[in-house]
Design a protein around this ligand. Structure first.
Ligand code: CU
Length: 279
């Protein structure tokens, strides 16, 4: 019995040390998706919070498993166990239910507050007209993502509705992504910005994020969309300074000029017409 009590104490100490060490390591380690936008930072914080809570629980399960396998490997020497001893431990059960309740309820409150306050712009758009040109970095710049088998194209309604094959965004400018599809369901995933939205035909899915770090990033489709789905990714998405963005948009406008008369007017959704090119 003394050995058993000592074993419980050792396992408890190992669990406490492992819990603290793991939580400290998590706090200093890289947490996905990073800090490249306000949205990504808030997602990283949520993931860190969940990991910090989950790690001690996981370590506790491992510790209990280890204890059971090693210490309880042999049955106790007493042949007869009293019925009371098999009844369960009220203190342990109460503590388990209370701890679970506290974790679940506080996460529910945290999640509800985060949904209500942190992302007021997120959700399905009900506006039909494109946003005006932003006059400050707090006002969103509208950028449309058009998914189609098997690539993405982008339209900039405040710059004449030009369409590009590369996604370029100005840093520290709030961006309102409008995601739609021309054929089947795709999903637009800009991992570094923490942006992921389903691209559904005839739907306008809106995600708002402010990129905070310049760089070259990857965007990809994250919804199985046909034969070349695996190839529907692009490493050339860029977040650049406002002046570089102005230069780029000017170049694209010049490039697009000869084809603008063939481009359908900007809209939040598009209905491909099989007869548009005549029969
Ligand atoms: Cu796709």
């Amino acid at each position: 019995m003394r050995n058993r009590a000592t074993a419980i104490r050792i396992v408890l100490i190992v669990w406490i040390v492992a819990s603290i060490a793991g939580d400290v390591a998590l706090a200093f380690g890289p947490i996905p998706p990073g800090q490249a936008s306000d949205l990504a930072s808030s997602e990283s914080l949520t993931i860190l919070l969940l990991a910090e809570i989950a790690w001690p629980v996981f370590a506790g399960v491992l510790a209990a498993l280890f204890f059971t396998l090693v210490v309880n490997r042999l049955a106790p020497p007493t042949a007869v166990v009293s019925p009371e001893a098999l009844r369960g431990n009220t203190r342990v059960q109460t503590a388990w239910i209370a701890a679970t309740l506290v974790i679940v309820l506080s996460l529910a409150v945290y999640g509800t507050v985060a949904l209500a306050i942190d992302q007021p712009g997120a959700g399905i758009s009900t506006v039909s007209a494109a946003l005006p040109m932003p006059t400050s970095t707090d006002q969103p710049l509208e950028v449309q993502v058009i998914a189609q088998q098997w690539w993405f194209t982008y339209r900039y309604p405040t710059y004449g509705g030009i369409e590009t094959s590369q996604l370029v965004l100005p840093v520290n400018q709030k961006i309102q992504f409008h995601i739609t599809s021309l054929d089947v369901t795709h999903s637009f995933w800009f991992y570094a910005l923490g942006v992921k939205g389903d691209a559904v035909p005839l739907n306008d899915n809106v995600v708002t994020a402010t990129p905070t770090q310049t760089g070259t990033y990857r965007v990809q489709c994250s919804e199985l969309c046909g034969l070349w789905h695996g190839n529907m990714s692009d490493n050339t998405a860029m977040v650049v300074s406002p002046s570089d963005f102005a230069t780029w948009i000017q170049q694209q406008t010049t490039l697009d000029a000869p084809i603008m008369k063939f481009l359908v007017p900007y809209s939040h959704t598009y209905e491909p017409s099989p007869t548009i090119y005549g029969t």
